[in-house]
Design a binder for this molecule. Sequence first.
Ligand SMILES: Cc1cc2nc3c(=O)[nH]c(=O)nc-3n(C[C@H](O)[C@H](O)[C@H](O)COP(=O)(O)OP(=O)(O)OC[C@H]3O[C@@H](n4cnc5c(N)ncnc54)[C@H](O)[C@@H]3O)c2cc1C
Length: 334
Amino acid sequence: MSKTINTGQTVAIIGAGLSGLRCASLLVEAGFSVSVFEKSRGTGGRLSSSRLGNLTTDLGVPFIETQSDDLNNWLAGHPDTVQRWLPYQTDFSLSEPKQLADRQLWVGVPRSSMLTRLLATGVSLHTETRVSVIWPDRNGILLRDEHAEVLGHFDKVVIAAPAPQAVPLLDALQSYQAKANAIKMLPAWVLSVELEERPASLANIDLIEGDHPNGVGQEFSRILRDSSKPGRSGEIWTLQASTEWSEAYLNLSGETVMHELIASLVAMTGDPIKATNYRAHRWLYCDAQAPDDIDALWDADKAIGVCGEWLAGGGVDGAWKSGSALAQMILSSE
Ligand SMILES: Cc1cc2nc3c(=O)[nH]c(=O)nc-3n(C[C@H](O)[C@H](O)[C@H](O)COP(=O)(O)OP(=O)(O)OC[C@H]3O[C@@H](n4cnc5c(N)ncnc54)[C@H](O)[C@@H]3O)c2cc1C
């Protein structure tokens, strides 16, 4: 898809996550003038990172493990920004940690959001801008922000938000709105915590995933030493709560979540654990229970499209596939 159409046409993309910026990068390559609107302070969406004191931590997906040759080649082709992480890993029994060389785990360096920063090359990025209205009129497609301020008119518009956040943007396309409305999203609490020292029982472990023998650590779906990824420092750990735990405790405060998950970690390891700094993030839409039969939606008459992991099987692979598919649909309709 390297053909340059050089249309000079304007495209607005709502959402600076992986799907939106994958789509954006292909459209920039083809010569479109692309503006990306993102409600948060930076790029990444569910691949985002955040400051924790003087350090940074990945709050979203902690690494990329892909089945897609296309994504794998793209990741391998940017060694300044993306590196392999080879953690010592085990399950919740904490026994026999090993480095599994056949598992390819990729991380952005020095933080996850570098991946989407790279994909944003050449776009005009507008952060802290929540799009609230998308409406075709005689001057093109009108975008307004949450304060009803006009953001501009565009030739084409791409909605790259999680399904529930796409719903209010799809008034002009009611069949797409119904599809987005039907998607169930699963939540996750994520606690990034800086520890005073590395817990003794985790001295040789960077990643805990998988089985919970005798129910040990059932509160968690994954625990990892964020600081063991390439380009990081400090003693930051990421505790990702299980879907069940997150659903049950969805409305707790961040502080209570921190205390609860640290108490569970103490119970699991038997180590005294002292947190010196933390950030608890509630992902209401961590991942989608998604069909894998659509990839993306494009209405050539209205010139409005939709992409996101929820249209292409979920996860990072779904996001990449969906953003790529939508760019292809747009280019094919030229
Ligand atoms: C903690 C966690 C762990 C995960 N683990 C895995 C894993 O192990 N494997 C895996 O494959 N996947 C995993 N995922 C899921 C994966 O990260 C997502 O499926 C993928 O990143 C989604 O990308 P996206 O571009 O479709 O959506 P997003 O990344 O959500 O991007 C959408 C963007 O749109 C913005 N937005 C929404 N509405 C508006 C609006 N009105 N105006 C402006 N901007 C708007 C949002 O702020 C967001 O930045 C995980 C996710 C999380 C949170």
